[in-house]
Every structure is written in C-alpha cells, then in structure tokens.
Design a protein around this ligand. Structure first.
Ligand code: CAA
Length: 397
C-alpha cells in the first residue's frame, strides 16, 4: 500500500514516516498471517473475532491514540489509519470493531472524560480486554440524531435512562457503551447528554441482533434502557454536551471509515490483479487486453485519490486543525470508491467473482455499508456543503 502523505516540514516528515511505516509493516504482517486466516469462516459463522481483538490489544491497536498513562500508544492519526487499513485488508468485520473502539469510544473518553473516567475506562479498552460501543442512533433517529427520544431524567445523585438504540456496532460484544440521551427536551441539540454505561447495569439489555448482508462477524444490535440508573459521575462532559461529543468524535470516526474503505478496496484490487494475470481467454492472459488494463489504471487511481484524502484529513487532525470537512470528504469519496472498486473487481473475476471460493464477493458485501454508517453519503454532502457555504473566506453572492 502507498506510503506517501502530506505532512508539513520535511525533517519531521522523514522521521515520522519511518515510525509510521514500521507500524504499517508490523500490522500488515499480523493482519495477513493471523486475521486473514479465518476471515471467510467468520463471515460464514458470524463468530465475533474475540481472540484476534485480544491479540490486537496486546499489539497496541485497540487504543492507539490514547496517552500511555491510560494504557495507549499515543500514536498519531496517520499511524492509526495505516494500521486500520491493514486490518480491513484482511477482515472488514474486525476493522469496524477496531475503528469504533479507537475513533469514537476511546476518542470520546480521552477528549471529554474526567481524569477518573479516563483512569477507569481507558486501560481496559486500550488493552482490548473490554470492547466499546457508541449508542447514538435510534429506530426513528438515524441521520437526524437530535430527533432521538431516549431520555435521561435526573433522580437524586444520578439519572434514569429510558429508550431504545438501534444499529449499534458491537452492541452485544461490548462491555462499555457511550449512550446519548435527552436531558432537556426544550434545548434542541444542547439538551442531549452522553453517559458511559457498563454491561450488567440493571435496566440495560441487548435487544435484537441484526442479520446483515456484510460485516457479518461484527454484531449490530438494539440496546434497550428501561429505568436504567446511572450515577452522575458516568456523565461524559457537561449536561447538554452529548451532541457536540458525538459530532466531534464522528469526525474522527469518518476518517476511520475512509481507512476501512481503502483497506477493503486494496484487497479487492490485489485479488483482481492476481486473477486477471492468471486467467487465460482467447489464448492469452486477460490482463493483456486493453479494456482490462484501462480498468486497472482507473481503479488504482481511484484508490490512490481516496488514500490521499484520508491522509489529508488525518494529518490535519494531527496538526490540531479543524478537519470536519476533510473527514467528510475522505469518508464520502473513499466509501463510494470502495463500492466501485469491489464491483469492478467482482466483474473482472467473471463467474468466479459471484461464488464463495474467491474472497471478492465478501469484499463486495462488506463494502456496501460504508456509504451508510457513521453518516450516509448524503449526510457527508450536507456537512461539506454547509461548511463551505458558511466559510467567510469563500466569496459570498
Ligand atoms: N464538531 C463539533 N461540533 C459540531 C460538529 C462537529 N463536526 N458538527 C456540528 N457541531 C455543532 C455545531 O457547532 C452546533 O453547535 P452550536 O449550536 O453550539 O454552534 C451544533 O453541533 C448543531 O450543528 P448543526 O446545526 O450543523 O446540526 P444539525 O442538527 O443540522 O445536524 C448533521 C448536523 C451533520 C446532519 C448531523 O446531525 C449528523 O452528522 N448526522 C449524521 C449522524 C451520524 O453520522 N450517525 C451515525 C451514528 S454512528 C454509526 O453509524 C454506527 C456505530 O455503531 C458507530
């Protein structure tokens, strides 16, 4: 996979690139030796990749950007997306668990948690001992999370949560869940708060487990809160900060979806190259036909363009710049790119692309959700256009 990326300052770039490339190569080896071996089986059985995630925790991949005092690696976002792409190359189901854990759950607690919350929740997440989930979406509130109806009502020293969450990644396998709920209906998005709730808390249970087209080894579930009592010390940030926390961490999550898209696209592309080189028709390898060579050139260009957008968003985050627009651009372009790439890779395999003897049909199914979760393509276009139109540097009228 590509190694070039834009970072300001040549001296710094060279030094950092070496560390980043070392992480990439270590994760690539682990991913292809360990994660890839059972990916097809997991897709069939829907078995959650528990032991691989534990090993990934030992390798420092489950809390990559968490500071060392809380058990993390303090890695930069570039290293994180390189690692995540490598895991996605072998198993997209494993990658989505890693992505939610790092980009959304650890990021939320690290950015918005108190010292006590960080000390309590981050080390077991970073070690991979505990899996995290982020519960924002509801049956009637997907693209518009302000329309959620879960409530958190103050009661003495804590809150009582009631409501249903839907499509929660790792809903069943997680031990620590960040849940958003309305604390003040009248305040619109400023009336939403976030809470850390652990499994085993009375009144908190897992509901329906979805049967999905792709990402079959990652569980997606309903989470149900019925008079679930949560102490005030479990509130993340101030009362009313929940929407801001969700939006801030989804920015990072969207870079993660771009990284997953690039990993799966690269896997589909490599599989297609291998196939077309070996497949002979009309007396020659089909890779000799110009129609196929041009397709390959377009696919490679598409993947590289997405990779550069991902690096741009990640490096802006690392420099402490506002990266919301670039994260949405990377997510939008990369998730649509991987759907084009996996469809083309399948087509290049002919009939063999449609059967389970080859991995390309799994890549095609896994990629389908990337334009949907963590904000649909349509929502990314809303975010990008809103930010452009409100930017004072853009000439108005
Ligand atoms: N960072 C920080 N703050 C942000 C922000 C960001 N990226 N985006 C918006 N905000 C803040 C704004 O500054 C504003 O705050 P103030 O009033 O204090 O200025 C506030 O949020 C409201 O902003 P908007 O008026 O722009 O919000 P909106 O209601 O119009 O919604 C939206 C914007 C982009 C449509 C947003 O609702 C959105 O992203 N929707 C998609 C939700 C989504 O991605 N869901 C997926 C959930 S997770 C998942 O898929 C699965 C999983 O398991 C992880």
């Amino acid at each position: 996979m590509g190694s070039g990326f834009p970072v300001k300052g040549a001296q710094l770039l060279y030094k950092l690139a070496n560390e980043q490339l070392m992480i990439q190569s270590m994760v690539r080896e682990f991913s292809r030796k360990v994660v890839a071996q059972t990916a097809a089986e997991r897709d069939k059985t829907k078995a959650f990749p528990k032991s691989n995630l534990k090993k990934m925790g030992e390798l420092g991949l489950m809390g990559m950007m968490v500071p060392p005092e809380y058990g993390g690696q303090d890695a930069d976002t570039i290293s994180y997306v390189l690692a995540l792409s490598e895991i996605a190359y072998s198993c997209a189901s494993t990658a989505v668990v890693m992505s939610v854990q790092n980009s959304i759950v650890c990021e939320s607690i690290n950015r918005f948690g108190t010292r006590d919350q960080k000390e309590k929740y981050l080390p077991p997440l970073a070690s991979g001992e505990v899996i995290g989930a982020f519960a924002l979406t509801e049956p009637e509130a997907g693209s518009d999370p302000v329309g959620q109806s879960t409530t958190a009502v103050r009661d003495g020293e804590g809150y009582v949560l009631n409501g249903d969450k839907r499509f929660i990644t790792s809903g069943q396998s997680s031990g620590t869940v960040i849940v958003t709920a309305k604390t003040d209906e009248s305040k619109h998005h400023k009336g939403i708060s976030a809470f850390v709730v652990t499994k085993g808390t009375p009144g908190f249970k897992v509901g329906n487990v979805e049967d999905k087209l792709g990402l079959r080894a990652s569980d997606t579930t309903d989470l149900i809160f019925e008079d679930c009592r949560v102490p005030s010390e479990n509130r993340l940030g101030a009362e009313g900060d929940g929407f801001k926390i969700a939006m801030t961490c989804l920015d990072c999550g969207r870079i993660g979806i771009a990284a997953q898209s690039i990993g799966v696209a690269q896997a589909a592309f490599d599989a297609a190259i291998k196939y077309i080189k070996n497949r002979k028709q009309f007396g020659q390898s089909i890779s000799k036909f110009q129609g196929i060579r041009w397709k390959i050139a377009d696919m490679a260009t598409d993947i590289e363009a997405a990779r550069q957008l991902m690096f741009l968003a990640a490096s802006m985050k690392d420099r402490g710049e506002k990266f919301t627009t670039q994260a949405s651009m990377a997510k939008l372009f990369a998730s649509e790119m991987v759907n084009r790439i996996t469809a083309s890779a399948l087509q290049l395999h002919g009939g063999y692309g449609f059967i389970k003897d080859y991995p390309v049909e799994r890549f095609y199914r896994d990629a389908r959700v990337f334009t949907i979760y963590e904000g649909t393509s349509e929502i990314q276009r809303v975010v990008i256009s809103n930010n452009i139109l409100k930017d004072k540097r853009v000439p108005q009228g």
